[in-house]
Ligand binder design. Structure first.
Ligand SMILES: [Zn+2]
Length: 78
């Protein structure tokens, strides 16, 4: 499985692509935002048609963005 860098700019962890960010930062994200990321990721997986998949993908990206934004001010430390 391929990996990507944790999206928190001060972090250098490599994360598997099925995870949004490293465990340390993931645990800093408020629970309801984590749940939203998981719910939307599952919606993308379960989408039956290309159209519902595309809509779910957009919500998934938004949920990811919200999760990252919710902690980026906490996480950007030298
Ligand atoms: Zn991280």
């Amino acid at each position: 499985m391929s990996t990507h860098k944790c999206p928190i700019s001060s972090c250098t962890w490599q994360v598997p692509d099925d995870r949004l960010m490293c465990l340390k930062h993931w645990e800093m994200v408020p629970t309801f935002k984590r749940r939203q990321v998981t719910v939307e990721r599952d919606a993308v997986r379960k989408a039956g048609t290309a159209q519902t998949r595309q809509a779910a993908q957009l919500r998934y990206v938004k949920a990811q963005r919200a999760a990252i934004d919710s902690i980026s001010h906490l996480a950007v430390l030298p």
